[in-house]
Design a protein around this ligand. Structure first.
Ligand code: ATP
Ligand code: MG
Length: 558
């Protein structure tokens, strides 16, 4: 189903209704507001696709807004990685914005609130303030500083900005309602003192605005019409509205916050903090480890950007929390790769196959179709010779009738080549097979049109010519967690469910055409799965990541 034909999701219904109530389509504007304190993950992918796809549907600008109000955890490395991730997905933002660009305006508005008697300076420590907040069932208690004279509040706030008070000594609080049923409305903190270097404003500020004070005001400054965020912000909406209500003018467009459900994925954790723990405690090799559900990790794994977008679009935008089966993600990856990637031959667990009746020094150039799903990908040539590698699993000395591969005395077709018949084996002292000997039918060449070429045999196996094979390292990945909901166990940490067998390495033999593959390019190793050349690859050591198998094998394993 193309995006244009898909039924509207509830956010689109809201926008359609706004338009039918006279909202000017030219005033629609969205934003994606990451905090640059970590790498983007598959959950963010949903928010990115939601905002940018809406931008495309309504021909409306989408800002990239860095929500950089906490200098303790944020830095430029994350800013750069986030920008790169979004571009890799194929989206382009309109303006690149930073909440920190609005620090001066936010400060001026805070002064305005103080002057209006809507904000005050509280010197109490955070635990006292928390205690006075009460509980959802118990009303709060007013701070003894709540009715401090306006002049005093102004003086203290200016002194805070000027660095005259130590960290933690004062906060600016909005004066709302300590009895509100919404705890967030009980005089929330707007500013705290932090003597921290900020990655963009350097040391210009030592007071930093809180998320709630910053977010809606930033939306207002950028004239974002539909401010979309995840469900946990629903209780913040009242405060978002209240802050906007206090601003000095309403001549401009008034933004609205709307909430949608987070993306939760089975067998996965989607929290920056938990992902950071996996990296810091070395369960994985960095943020872009191909097992990580980060955009960088999925990119390195070889997931195509279009598959990721198809995945979140198919998973849909819902109002209620739900868990999406990771199988859907893998399905979308497979679907996309099936359409786009060339079929090649690689043997990941090789054993030698010698064709005893094939001429000693002969090499044939056989023709192979690159992608039966897409003729435009053309054909390539494959060298064929007397000695080949085949998969060890593709041979059994004796087998039952359900084994459709090579056995002694039976025939099988070598993909794009000839029919061969198993004749004998050579073993080492431990009884391991070191060579399989077979004979071939010279008349049976694929595509030759001869009668023998059409002959039906029980199976087809892949191969690589020994003399022409290139060595490669294949990295196989399995799910990082062996539990469906690793972070939903009360007694145990998600780290207890890390799959100890999520990574393995094989030494493969691959067809020579792959020598020219570029890093990040994706291919199908026939009968094995989809693979991509990893950034660790060099011309003398081709390193591949297994992207996904040809079908869902997980179900069988359990
Ligand atoms: P985390 O919970 O992993 O720390 P976050 O919500 O703190 O993430 P932000 O950088 O603040 O990360 O998020 C940027 C945007 O992405 C926000 O609009 C947020 O609502 C959205 N977002 C974050 N996680 C998800 C998710 N799992 N599903 C959908 N949207 C998400
Ligand atoms: Mg956040």
């Amino acid at each position: 189903m193309s995006e244009e034909n898909a039924p509207l999701h509830f956010i689109e219904h809201i926008i359609e209704e706004d338009l039918s109530n006279g909202f000017d389509q030219n005033k629609i504007r969205f934003r994606f507001p990451p905090e640059p304190n970590g790498y983007l993950h598959v959950g963010h992918l949903k928010a990115i696709a939601l905002n940018f796809n809406l931008g495309q549907r309504y021909n409306a600008p989408v800002n990239l807004r860095f929500d950089d109000t906490n200098p303790v955890k944020e830095n430029q490395v994350f800013v750069d990685a986030i920008k790169e991730n979004i571009q890799w997905l194929g989206y382009q933002w309109d303006k690149e914005c930073y909440a920190s660009d609005y620090f001066e305006q936010l400060y001026q508005w805070a002064i305005y609130l103080i002057k209006e008697g809507k904000a005050y300076i509280d010197p109490q420590d955070s635990s006292t303030i928390a205690e006075q907040k009460g509980t959802p069932t118990q009303t709060g208690t007013n701070s003894p500083f709540r009715d401090r004279p306006i002049e005093e509040n102004l003086r203290l706030f200016e002194e805070m900005k000027a660095g005259k008070h130590p960290e933690g000594s004062h906060v600016l609080r909005a004066k709302i309602d300590m009895d509100s049923p919404n705890m967030l409305m009980r005089d929330p903190v707007m500013y705290r003192i932090l003597f921290k270097h900020h990655h963009r404003t350097s040391d210009a500020w030592c007071i930093y605005p809180m998320y709630d004070w910053t977010h809606g005001e930033s939306d207002y400054i950028e004239q974002v019409s539909h401010s979309l965020c995840t469900l946990e912000f629903k209780p913040h909406r009242e405060l978002y509205e209240w802050f906007l209500d206090q601003l000095p003018s309403y001549n401009d467009l008034r933004p609205y916050q709307r909430e949608f459900a987070r993306l939760n994925l089975s067998y996965t954790v989607t929290s920056k903090r938990k992902l950071a723990q996996l990296v810091d405690e070395q369960f994985v090799n960095g943020w872009d480890d191909p097992r990580m559900p980060t955009i960088s990790g999925m990119r390195r794994r070889g997931y195509p950007p279009q598959a990721l977008i198809n995945f979140v679009t198919t998973a849909g935008i819902s109002k209620r929390e739900n868990v999406i089966d990771v199988y859907l993600l893998e399905y979308c990856v497979r679907e996309e790769l099936n359409k786009t990637s060339a079929r090649v031959m690689a043997v990941v667990n090789p054993v030698k196959l010698v064709i005893t009746n094939y001429p000693e020094d002969k090499t044939e150039k056989l023709s192979a179709v690159n992608n039966p799903e897409d003729e435009s990908q053309g054909t390539r040539t494959l060298p064929f010779s007397k000695e080949l590698y085949i998969e060890r699993e593709d041979f059994k000395e004796e087998a039952n009738r359900k084994f459709f591969r090579l056995t002694l005395g039976k025939e099988v077709r070598l993909k794009n080549a000839y029919i061969v018949k198993g004749e004998s084996v050579i073993k080492d002292n431990d009884g391991n097979i070191t060579e399989i000997h077979c004979t071939y039918d010279p008349e049976s060449k694929s595509g030759s049109g001869s009668e023998a070429s059409m002959r039906k045999v029980k199976g087809t196996i892949h191969w690589v010519s020994v003399a022409h094979a290139i060595d490669a390292t294949v990295r196989n990945y399995d799910r990082l967690f062996n539990d469906e909901s690793p972070d939903q166990h009360k007694e145990k940490s998600f780290l207890d469910f890390v799959n100890p067998d999520s990574f393995s390495i094989q030494n493969a033999k691959i067809e020579p055409s792959l020598a020219s593959l570029a890093i990040g390019e994706r291919v199908q190793f026939q009968r094995l799965g989809y693979y991509t050349l990893d950034k660790d690859a060099t011309s003398s050591n081709l390193v591949f990541n297994k992207i996904v198998g040809l079908r869902d094998t997980w179900a069988k394993k359990q």
